[in-house]
Design a protein. Sequence first.
Length: 176
Amino acid sequence: MLLRSALLLLAITLPAYASQPLTVDWLDLLPAEDYQAMLDMPDFDHGVGLDAEGNFSNSLRQRDNSLPAVMYSTKVVSEYDGKTLRIGGYPVPLETDDQGRYTSFFLVPYAGACIHVPPPPPNQIILVDYPTGIAIDDIYQAFWVQGTLRVEQTRNQLADASYQLQASRVWLYDGE
């Protein structure tokens, strides 16, 4: 009887658990050699704080020869291709719909990319497609993004991205 009850409980809970998206961290998207190179990288001194005026004319694609090669890496973790996942990050708005909601944006691991700090490498940039659209009032506000991740290189005038995500849900980051 106890075994039957345990199997019934497992049969009920497993499908619900299996349908939950995998929560990943940005470091999960780095291949082992890039992860180690990031750990070995020296600290950056940007000489400015978050209150300093930003230069929005900078592109995420601008190359700074003083940065290590890992900062331009397009190496990926192919095991995530086609997986449904969620990841927290900061938006870099790209395209809006006719109601002003953002339907396309880059998701990056830290706020202020291209303003006060060196941009992340392409394998730390995700191009998000979200046809439903979302208002982005503050690029310093983090979001959760959930959907299907694809390992696919994207290049445009603003940035190179090694991942794309077809979002099914986007919401303000709540820590959970």
